[in-house]
Write a protein that binds this ligand. Sequence first.
Ligand code: SF4
Length: 187
Amino acid sequence: MGIEAALTADSFLTTQLRRVVNWARRSSIWPMPFATACCGIELMATACSRYDVARFGAEAMRFSPRQADLLIVAGRVAIKTLPVLQRIYLQMAEPRWVISMGACASTGGVFDTYAVVQGVDQFIPVDVYIPGCPPRPEMLIEGIMAIQRIIDQEGMPPPGGKRAPLGIALQPSYVPKPQPVGLSVGS
Ligand code: SF4
């Protein structure tokens, strides 16, 4: 980390227990991917070398809910799938976090039909909403960082780990650019 270069081998540091515990917590988020559709591909890309979610300590994807504390819902959720999602959420470790990734998970997206859940937050608490169809991996990383910032700021986890969902909605980072003028096809 570089700090060892500035300190002698016999040096010591003092800090608060809260800071050490929260540093460890935010640096070891274990996600549980619930990827049902195309947003899942962007979720997978987040773990590849180009984006490397390991830089944020959140690369240990667990497929066992009891070993995970961050549920990432990526894609549309069918009514028939909903009980599975709820059971996974209830089996996860406390304190647990939920990211709703993409338009389908947050609102049903373009699938305004009887068979698709019109927003998973109607059935499980959601901490961070990520817009987009699909959101880019950078947006998912920003969502994870939003949770890390909250963990950094908060005190020790409450007894039992229960807490209120954050309800953070990330702002889209895309800025539309004007079309180049005077450009003709084939010139
Ligand atoms: S938001 Fe778009 S990319 Fe994501 S699951 Fe829905 S249709 Fe696919």
